[in-house]
Design a binder for this molecule. Structure first.
Ligand code: PGA
Length: 249
């Protein structure tokens, strides 16, 4: 059985007070669900978010981390620091990190290994750009991102991996991949993992879809057999919208 997951990526939004208010609203409105529900506030508010959600089943996850254990990396955060405040899961490879902060496949592979070495759970993001899709190169790009980021892991490590397929052209644009496009890519991802590892890993890893998921399209996207949930940006900043998406799963 694959975990169903709905995760909210808050990106660089919400100050301390706003974070507290949104978390209070989310925990009050969380419906009964078998899905895992996660939120990723900014680094400065992670520790207080963990405390605020102590009695909630909503998990607090990080948006990023550095691959080094510690040292002279001004502005960076390590796996140990996250663990020390009770954060067990980290998003790695978000397209905004790749595009705006120069995170290459090589850097991301190091981050994935560093997090897994500390027994953290990794939500690994990847997805093609519009040009790739227009030139019919999207399957190649996605296969390459998976290979470079994850394919020299031990089979055992996959139990701590969650995948998030996020076509860059659908992130924050209001344009969503159609449920058919999402399903087609998720099935391709499982096939690619089966070839590189085995069908058991491919069929047990949760694959989330991300990119303009909203209350109005979530049911249809989540109804696809290979879509196990969503990574939600904009709509995760409004409690009622995020909870409508949680209900959709
Ligand atoms: P969006 O962002 O839902 O605002 O498109 C998704 C993401 O970047 O994870």
């Amino acid at each position: 059985m694959r975990s169903k997951i709905v995760a909210g990526n808050w990106k660089m939004n919400k100050n301390q007070e706003e974070t507290e208010a949104l978390l209070a609203e989310l925990s009050a409105k969380l419906p009964d669900t078998a899905a895992e529900v996660m939120v990723a506030p900014t680094f400065v508010n992670l520790a207080s978010a963990v405390r605020d959600l102590e009695s909630s089943t909503i998990q607090v996850i990080a948006q990023n981390m550095h691959f080094a254990e510690s040292g002279a990396f001004t502005g960076e955060i390590s796996a140990d620091m996250l663990l020390s405040i009770g954060v067990q899961t980290v998003i790695i490879g978000h397209s905004e990190r790749r595009a705006y902060f120069g995170e290459t496949d090589e850097i991301l592979a190091k981050k994935v290994k560093a997090a897994l070495a500390k027994n953290m759970r990794v939500m690994f993001c990847f997805g093609e750009e519009l040009e790739d899709r227009k030139s019919d190169n999207h399957f190649n790009v996605v296969a390459g991102q998976l290979k470079n980021g994850l394919f020299d892991l031990e089979a055992e490590a996959w139990k701590n991996i969650v995948l998030a397929y996020e076509p860059v052209w659908a992130i924050g644009t209001g344009e969503t991949a159609s449920p058919e496009q999402a399903q087609e890519m998720h099935a391709f991802i499982r096939k690619t993992i089966t070839e590189a590892f085995d069908a058991n890993i491919a069929n047990t890893v949760s694959i989330l879809y991300g990119g303009s998921v909203k209350p109005s399209n979530a049911v249809e996207i989540f109804s696809k057999p290979d879509v196990d949930g969503g990574l939600i940006g904009g709509a995760s900043l409004v409690a009622d919208d995020f909870m409508a998406i949680v209900k959709a799963i």
